[in-house]
Design a protein around this ligand. Structure first.
Ligand SMILES: Nc1ncnc2c1ncn2[C@@H]1O[C@H](COP(=O)(O)OP(=O)(O)OP(=O)(O)O)[C@@H](O)[C@H]1O
Ligand SMILES: [Zn+2]
Ligand SMILES: [Zn+2]
Length: 809
């Protein structure tokens, strides 16, 4: 029996990255496991904190009195052994607190200090029902968490599946249960009831037969209505007559993206693969079968059938008795892709993404953890899904910068995927039409294994792209968002009853709320910058201090209701389009029109059903959409992102143009693309025009080499802040001195410079960017610096470190 436990406590300082040792009191011996959360005393006085048990230890190694663990929060581990290992690696490679990494892996409900409810879900002994649950069917964990005798009974019951633990959320009652029915009479008694019915009471007759057929089961009333074709009123009559009772039935909340036919009876069959797809699937399957943690780079042009390759590889992993994880970037992709995965794998699929409510997320997490779901589709943080026995990990659109988390822990999901691949001896597939330079460069060096799908499934050429110089247009025709060429083509599609997609590129523009009456812009109370609208959480967030507030309904300044979202300009473009093409039916898709939950999917569905001729939107329409009737794509302003002070600006522009162009001509009709720009000669635009990834790659690699940027060099960014500018600058100067002295001379140190937005949350920021190829001193030195800045000498200075930053603003 272990006598001591190592606990990582919820006190985020670098020192607490070392676990603390606590005594395991004999009464908690059976409950303490690695990966459970516990309450422990910490520091002076009566203060207690939450922590995770990360290891066991022997008492003999320690002298003196150790404090005992006070209570245990979970009956079984919430962090399994793989994720425990991963959390340690994550803390180390992202320079973050171990405790933050552990919390990052859990669904929100397990992070917050929510109420835990233990609920009886099966028959239990009378003694338990009365002595522990006092005749109720639920119990708060807090009432018993320091009562070891009861805990150990509960522990047994949980193993037997007789109780569950739930986390109380506000919408629990509303969302968690539906009305169920159960027969109150046995077969014969129901038969007797039938005898006393009027001959014409057909509905009640049918209800009786149905009740006879379900025996003692509890059935959801909705299902019963569906099965019998009877109305709710008939069930109410049955209830009044004492034939049945109504009782709540627990259901998993169905994530929005999963709604639709939930049964496994009508799954879609795999498609017949073409030769390139077959080759890719074969190689991936071989790696799955051989437990080979290879990394594949699946480079396939838009519409080449990458998704089908993913699906058939997932099928193989499942066939081998393994599980599979598929990441897609952010919500914009999910409706179509999630549906495709679900149609193939049905109820085996769990979905994790940011627009789920906390309750839905927790339900999905629990299905995964219990092994009820074997395929997980999700956005970035789904990389921590508690799947065991992983056989395959896929990252679709691997080049997307949203795979990097831009707050602590600053992890890159691609790297986490590779770690889990190695741990599970499972291959990782990185898919893209426009791989990141980093990934493609690794494929060139055979670190990754390159698989290619060079042709579209429909055997059509990629759509021809025409670049329109907007400088000429404006000279000739005056100010407009639409060139003559684009208008002609749009008109032509209207005649032919075909559809078009128009994208307004808003890269580099922030999105803010402004009052139309008084001009008031919603600003952060702490920083000199406007709040940004976040659709996933439906809040206004400050990007710099994390301040968050609900989207306002009225202007806080003048109380006008004319408060509008600005930033995309799509509304104005839509108005102009209405004037130019009055007969066209337009669906506008931007943060404004997709604000309500479910609208995103709904608008796409409408467009798919040809309820509109033109889909006008921001970047959110560039990726993943697969509409056969779309034959024209227009980009209204290709170059807004090119001017940003960021070495990845060209790469992002090229990616975006390639992605959006790929939406045209995906089925049997020829597509066409028009790109409007003020920089027609820029290589990112020229190479996108000729669909020439290779040429772009070569050119961009050359520039990166000249400037010593990734993939030739790695980068790390350090940021220091202080309420007084001079102190932030001073701290950065000190750090600069230590870096200069401690690092190799081949390592480049840029800065210190004030950050582009120099004051945030009433603090001034300075940054340093380090570029290096290989520097054996760097890792330890950065940790030392972090550690030291938390000591007295650096009073009030906050330092953070961002490995491989995606943005440099
Ligand atoms: N082997 C096949 N036979 C017939 N149709 C296929 C085949 N593979 C894929 N398709 C169809 O071709 C279309 C394009 O495929 P898919 O969406 O998988 O391409 P993709 O490479 O993922 O595209 P993108 O990167 O542009 O999103 C889809 O409608 C898909 O159902
Ligand atoms: Zn702020
Ligand atoms: Zn106002």
């Amino acid at each position: 029996m272990p006598e001591l436990a190592q606990v990582v406590v919820d006190v985020p300082t670098m020192q607490t990255n070392q676990p603390y040792t606590y005594q395991i009191p004999p009464k908690l011996e059976k409950q303490i496991q690695v990966g459970v959360r516990v309450i422990v005393p910490f520091g002076k006085g009566k203060r207690t904190v939450q922590g995770f048990v990360v290891a066991f230890d022997k008492a003999s190694q320690y002298e003196g009195e150790l404090k005992p663990i006070q209570a245990v929060m979970d009956l079984q581990p919430v962090i399994n052994s793989e994720l425990m290992n991963l959390s340690k690696w994550l803390a180390d490679t992202t320079y973050s607190f171990w405790i933050s990494c552990l919390y990052t892996m859990l669904p929100n409900l397990l992070k917050a200090k929510t109420t835990r409810i233990i609920r009886i879900v099966d028959e239990v002994d009378e003694h338990i029902a009365f002595d522990i649950f006092h005749g109720r069917d639920e119990l708060e964990m807090a009432e018993v968490q320091d009562k070891p005798a009861i805990l150990s009974e509960l522990f047994k019951l949980q193993k037997e599946g007789k109780i569950t633990i739930e986390y109380q959320v506000e919408d629990r009652a509303k969302a968690k249960t539906v009305t169920g029915i159960r027969a109150l009479l046995n077969f014969e008694q129901l038969e007797d009831e039938r005898a006393s019915l009027h001959a014409n009471a057909h509905a009640q007759n049918r209800l009786l037969s149905y009740l006879q057929s379900i025996g003692s089961q509890v059935v959801k009333q909705k299902d019963a209505e569906h099965k019998t074709g009877l109305k709710a009123a008939t069930f109410n009559q049955g209830q009044q007559k004492g034939w049945l009772e109504k009782t709540p039935v627990e259901v998993y909340r169905q994530p929005l993206a999963m709604q639709g036919p939930p049964d496994d009876a009508h799954l879609a069959a795999p498609l017949q693969l073409n030769a390139d797809q077959q080759n890719a699937v074969n190689q991936i399957n071989q790696a799955i079968d051989n437990h080979d943690p290879k990394v594949f780079l699946l480079q396939g042009v838009t519409g080449s059938g990458k998704t089908e390759v993913y699906l058939q590889s997932i099928a193989n992993a499942l066939h081998q008795g393994k599980t599979a994880l598929m990441l897609v970037p952010e919500i914009s992709l999910t409706p179509q892709i999630v549906n495709r995965v679900r149609r193939r794998f049905g109820s085996k699929v769990a979905v994790l993404h940011s627009s789920l409510s906390n309750g839905e997320r927790y339900d999905e997490w629990r299905r995964i953890e219990r092994g009820e779901a074997q395929v997980v589709v999700g956005a970035r943080s789904a990389i921590f899904a508690p799947l065991t026995n992983l056989g395959l990990i896929i990252l679709d659109e691997e080049h997307e910068s949203s795979y990097k988390q831009d707050e602590s822990p600053r992890y890159q999901a691609r790297e986490v995927a590779k770690w889990r691949g190695k741990y599970n001896q499972a291959p990782v597939v990185l898919g893209s039409a426009t791989p990141s330079l980093e990934s493609r460069a690794r494929a060139v060096k055979n670190v990754y294994h390159l698989l290619r799908l060079p042709h579209r499934v429909n055997k059509q050429e990629l759509p021809p792209i025409e670049v329109v110089d907007m400088r000429d247009e404006i000279k000739k025709y005056g100010e407009s968002n639409f060139s003559q060429k684009l208008l002609t083509e749009l008109n032509d599609r209207l005649q032919k009853n075909e559809q078009s997609i128009l994208m307004l590129n808003r890269r580099g523009f922030s999105s803010f709320m402004m009052c139309r009456d008084c001009g008031n812009v919603l600003k952060c109370p702490n920083c000199d910058i406007s709040l940004t609208l976040h659709m996933d959480t439906r809040t206004m967030k400050c990007h710099y201090c994390g301040h968050e507030e609900p989207i306002p309904r009225e202007c806080p300044n003048c109380h006008s209701h004319q408060i509008r979202y600005y930033g995309t300009g799509t509304e104005k473009v839509e108005q102009e389009l209405h004037q130019l093409l009055p007969q066209a039916r337009i669906i506008r898709m931007d943060v404004d029109t997709t604000r309500r939950k479910g609208m995103h999917a709904k608008l796409l569905r409408q467009f798919g059903q040809h309820q509109a001729d033109i889909l006008l939107g921001t970047q959110m329409i560039a990726k993943g959409l697969d509409f056969p009737n779309v034959t024209l794509v227009g980009v209204l302003n290709a170059d807004t992102g090119l001017g940003l002070p960021d070495f990845r600006a060209s790469e992002r522009t090229f990616d975006l143009l390639s992605q959006v162009s790929g939406r045209a001509g995906r089925a049997n009709k020829q597509g066409k693309v028009i790109i409007q720009t003020y920089n027609p000669d820029h290589y990112a635009i020229q190479d996108a025009k000729t669909h020439d990834y290779e040429k772009f790659f070569d050119q961009e690699m050359m520039l990166r080499r000249q400037a010593s940027y990734p993939p030739y060099y790695y980068t790390v960014r350090l940021m220091a802040s202080h309420p007084e500018e001079a102190k932030a600058a001073r701290a950065m100067a000190d750090i600069y001195g230590r870096l200069k002295q401690g690092l190799l001379s081949s390592t480049v140190i840029l800065g210190p410079t004030p950050r582009a937005i120099a004051r945030m949350k009433r603090r001034y920021y300075y940054q340093i960017v380090i570029k290096y190829k290989k520097d054996p001193y760097l890792h330890q030195l950065l940790f030392d610096i972090l550690q030291d800045t938390q000591s007295r000498g650096f009073k009030d200075v906050q330092v953070s470190i961002d490995p491989d930053p995606q943005y440099f603003m």
